[in-house]
Design a protein around this ligand. Structure first.
Ligand SMILES: [Zn+2]
Length: 137
């Protein structure tokens, strides 16, 4: 514990940077351009992948940002699954947006419920009249 604050031989600044980058090492960063269907080599840090993006945009897109280019922070298969899921959700949203539910005509079961309610109310009224006639009040 005490040796950590003293540095233990190496400079504390260097050990701090090693520790900071060690947590990032597990997640590779790759720059992907869907428009050109190209993927840059994996980078260990996000700034490296963003440098790839900057270079590709400058070289292939005149410095502009193409649609669907991104710095991916996850391994290949995970991002593929996520992209497929996102595509599926987008597809579902588009389908539901294209088919708005008809609201002007009430559905069949709703009409039946109203009919049942009317019949029930009539039966209760009739029963009440009957009871009154029998009891003589
Ligand atoms: Zn491109």
């Amino acid at each position: 514990m005490a040796s950590n604050t003293r540095g233990g031989g190496s400079t504390p600044f260097r050990s701090a940077t090693c520790h900071a980058t060690a947590t990032v090492h597990h997640v590779p960063y790759t720059y992907r351009c869907e428009t050109c269907a190209v993927t840059a080599p994996r980078r260990t840090t996000a700034p490296d992948a963003k440098a790839d993006r900057r270079e590709h945009r400058a070289a292939a897109h005149y410095g502009l940002a193409p649609d669907g280019d991104a710095v991916l922070e996850t391994p290949g298969w995970v991002s593929t699954v996520l992209r497929a899921a996102a595509g599926g959700i987008a597809e579902y949203a588009r389908k539901t947006a294209q088919k708005p539910r008809p609201r002007e005509a009430p559905p069949e079961h709703w009409r039946q419920a109203v009919l049942l309610l009317a019949v029930g109310a009539g039966a209760i009224l009739l029963l009440g009249m009957l009871v009154r006639a029998v009891t003589g009040t």
